[in-house]
Design a binder for this molecule. Structure first.
Ligand SMILES: Cc1ncc(COP(=O)(O)O)c(C=O)c1O
Length: 439
């Protein structure tokens, strides 16, 4: 009898004939292919690189001689370890590691059981994935205007836009700067509305002593390759403290498969998810153990990464605050700690004598990457195709129009060297001074 347990999604104990449908394991060739992908040759050093690959392959072969391949590649101990670590870091009750933040939103929206005609209040400025699922359900997105100093959702405008059809509010912590959540949660309590935080940029941000993303009923973070930490290119975390939905998060991630229940002659049952209106149908948003291993490793570096970002951001703030016409973003305080995913650069076009589009063109000339800054979603064709009236929404979001067209863009912070950040500060100052001089 083999002492190795069967290695499908559930353990059936030690078996002479293990569960064979597990598929192929990763062998030496696969691992070499991964290494070649992750570490690419420098131009001119190809021969040295090939020699290094041979040495690495030999080292991995030595490891195989003393061990065996991982037999469980999806949803296992490392995924559980990510979730455990997330609960500790965020001080929340339930955490689910899944394919991406968009999948996390989708699950939370399913719990809310949106139906056609329900209204969901989202900020005008965010990434499209914040609103895709409610749109797919025929719900109506109501765009809240932004606070011009943070480009985050303005709670005062949310209050104006609540109706008796409002089912959800979705604050988005743009660039990792916390939305002012107290007034949002007050409104939610007053009107019985569910709050889903789009914390895609905000894993590791703090608001008044609590982790951003755990302040609403649900929060979802992104571990996509362009976020502060990544789960091998894609990944997300959904968190909640809710005792109805929290215990079924893993059913929501993987097809409603419930190992705690069996049907006759079969090992498991498949169940619906609870929702505000009865039941919701689950989907498949699984992640791999390899993603989990990478994310666990990066989670250990998160504080260091945010500290470096903060150092760069505070340096930019010091330099740019000296310049008339530049509005610097708020620095860290005891209560508000952003993740500094992006640096919000804002100008006063009245003082500079030109708007941010002219500034961006100058920065490009000076070799400073021009991040395509977040556009108001109602400008995208997708919304137009679904019948949204651009002009009417723009009229209801005056700050959005002003900041997008004239005032803000984002700058990168990491992983830049100090010299690059210094160059960026010089370039921004030079560009603004040139614009002021009419050049
Ligand atoms: C504000 C915002 N929300 C959501 C997402 C989606 O994240 P994911 O790619 O993990 O689904 C992004 C991704 O860039 C984002 O910028």
């Amino acid at each position: 009898m083999s002492d190795r347990a069967s290695d499908f999604r559930y353990s059936t104990g030690a078996a002479k004939v293990p569960w064979a449908a597990v598929g192929e394991h990763l062998n030496l060739d696969d691992i070499e292919a991964i290494l070649r992908f992750l570490v690419q040759p420098q131009q001119g050093r190809e021969a040295d690189y090939e020699a290094a690959v041979v040495a690495a392959r030999r080292a991995v072969a030595d490891m195989f001689a003393t061990g065996g391949p991982a037999t469980k590649l999806s949803l296992d101990a490392n995924v559980a370890a990510v979730e455990q670590r997330a609960r500790e870091m965020l001080n929340c009750k339930y955490a689910l590691f899944l394919a991406n933040a968009t999948a996390g939103f989708e699950i939370a929206y399913k719990f809310a059981a949106l139906k056609p005609g329900d209204e969901v209040i989202c900020p005008s400025i965010t990434f499209i994935s914040t609103i895709l699922f409610p749109l797919s359900q025929g719900a109506k997105i109501v765009f809240a205007d932004v606070d011009p100093r943070t480009v985050n959702m303005d709670p005062a405008d949310v209050a104006r836009k609540i109706t008796d059809r409002t089912r959800m509010i979705v604050p988005v912590h743009i660039g990792g700067y916390p939305v002012d959540m107290d007034p949002i949660m007050d409104l939610a309590r007053e009107h019985g509305i569910m709050v889903l935080e789009d914390a895609a940029h905000a894993f590791g941000a703090w608001y008044k002593g609590r982790a951003v993303g755990t302040l609403g009923h649900f929060g979802a973070y992104s571990m996509h390759e362009v976020k502060n930490i990544t789960a091998c290119g894609e990944g997300g975390l959904l968190v909640t403290d809710d005792d109805t939905y929290g215990p079924v998060l893993s059913l929501a991630r993987y097809v409603g498969l419930d190992l705690s229940q069996q049907i006759p002659n079969w090992l498991y049952d498949v169940v619906c998810l609870p929702s505000e209106k009865g039941y919701a149908v689950p989907g498949n948003y699984s992640v791999t153990e390899i993603q989990a291993v990478v994310l666990l490793s990066q989670m250990q570096r998160l504080e260091q990464i945010i500290a470096k970002r903060r150092e760069h951001a505070h340096y930019l703030n010091e330099r740019l605050a000296e310049v008339e016409g530049i509005l610097t973003p708020p620095s860290d305080t005891d209560e508000i700690k952003p993740t500094w995913h992006l640096y919000l650069l804002e100008i006063d076009p009245g003082v500079v004598g030109a708007d941010v589009q002219a500034l961006k063109a100058k920065l490009t000339e000076k070799g400073v990457t021009n991040i395509p800054h977040f556009a108001p979603l109602y400008k995208f064709q997708l919304l137009h195709q679904l019948g949204y009236d651009h002009d009417a929404i723009a009229a209801s979001c005056p700050n959005t129009e002003e900041v997008f067209n004239h005032r803000f863009t984002h700058l990168p912070l990491y992983p830049l060297t100090f010299e690059q950040v210094e160059y960026m500060a010089d370039a921004v100052i030079e560009a603004v001074e040139e614009l002021k001089a009419g050049k």
